[in-house]
Design a protein around this ligand. Structure first.
Ligand code: F6P
Length: 360
């Protein structure tokens, strides 16, 4: 019988369990066997982390956040961190991974991951491992799919936070800054900001001008709106400030951990505004919780489609959503750069038409 492996790599996100369940149900339906690899690619290095997945293992997991397989950001087999004489060395352990795949008798591997895991998948493909990819990330920064699963749930969490911040902002006549995730992309900030009626939205794709933000907040006060709600993406930066975005677009990132921009902004604004400012960092709340209906649905369908691709021998392909259809594209095309917001595109124009200040 056909035997397939599945792993979840990189940061977790809501909907991963829906994908795992979708894969297991449709594979078992074909009489196939499924092996779950725990903790991302790392699991291949530990035989006890490669375990059979059947219908019993996926029972009741659909509404659960996280991933029953566990995940890891550190398991890149081409640069695997190993401690030697008190120092961390990055070692290529990809041969070990490939021999484990042979040893397990896997006919194919389904990699559920963001751009990091999919780049690793692509490299393993090049070395002969038959792989199908499934796009996962709350950041929605993958090309070639209308959306990644996990994003919708993160968006709901951010919008809910904005609704809650609004009432307290208004009562206290404050500026409330909400820092959201998204890495180098501003999708979570922009869409939750539109949905949550933010006054200012700052995204990495549009370096912000602090004077213009201040003017916008003061103008609101003059119109009798003595409070403002600002959403800032963790990757946002001031005009002439750091160049995280450019580095990212070039395929390399110098700054691995983002964040702290909410506080920076509050300091910058605090010097020029009389109003009280408070910062909320939404953080990993955006990655947790039960997946939304949308994420459960596309997650499940992505799982089914991944199995169909394996059956068709369409290796090197990534499942994707185009319009209302689940189809596929090459992993290579999906990871060639990041899906960022077009500063002169429709969504930004519509936000500005709604009177939202985009930092410029
Ligand atoms: O890529 C998902 C993401 O949640 C980003 O939005 C964020 O920058 C990063 O992961 C946080 O990573 P960690 O879980 O390592 O703190």
């Amino acid at each position: 019988a056909t035997k397939i492996g599945i792993l979840t790599g990189g940061g977790d996100c809501p909907g991963l369990n829906a994908v795992i369940r979708g894969v297991v149900k449709s594979a078992v339906g074909r009489g196939w066997e499924v092996v779950g690899i725990e903790d991302g690619f790392d699991g291949f290095l530990h035989p006890e982390k490669c375990r059979p997945l059947g219908l019993e293992e996926v029972r009741g997991i659909l509404p659960r956040g996280g991933t029953i397989l566990g995940t890891s950001n550190r398991g890149n087999p081409f640069a695997f961190p190993i401690m030697r004489e008190g120092k961390v060395e990055l070692v290529d352990v990809s041969d070990e991974v490939r021999s484990r795949i042979v040893q397990l008798g896997l006919d194919a591997l389904i990699v559920v991951g963001g751009d990091g895991s999919l780049k690793i998948a692509q490299e393993l493909m090049r070395r002969g491992v038959p792989i199908v990819g499934v796009p996962k990330t709350i950041d929605n920064d993958l090309l070639e799919t209308d959306v990644t699963f996990g994003y919708n749930t993160a968006l709901e969490t951010a919008t809910d936070a904005l609704d809650k911040l609004h009432s307290t902002a208004e009562s206290h006549h404050r500026v409330m800054v909400l820092e959201v995730m998204g890495r180098y992309a501003g999708w979570i900030a922009l869409e939750s900001g539109i949905a949550g009626g933010a006054d200012v939205i700052l995204i990495p794709e549009i370096p912000y001008d602090i004077d213009r933000i201040r003017e916008a907040i003061i103008a609101r006060c003059k119109r009798g709106r003595r409070f403002s709600v600002v959403v800032v993406a963790e990757g946002a930066y001031p005009k002439g400030g750091n160049r995280v975005l450019k580095e990212a677009a070039g395929g390399k990132s110098v700054v691995e951990r983002l964040g702290g921009v909410g506080e920076t902004l509050s300091r910058e604004l605090g010097g020029v505004l009389e109003m009280d400012i408070r910062v909320t960092v939404l953080g990993h709340l955006q990655r947790g919780g039960t997946p939304s209906t949308f994420d459960r649905c596309i997650g499940s369908r992505f799982g089914v489609k991944a199995v169909e691709l394996v059956e068709a021998g369409a290796f090197g392909q990534m499942v994707c959503l185009k319009g209302r259809h689940i189809t596929s594209v090459s992993i290579e095309d999906a990871v060639r750069s990041l899906n960022l917001i077009d500063p002169s595109g429709e969504m930004v124009r519509h936000a500005e038409a709604l009177g939202i200040m985009l930092g410029r």
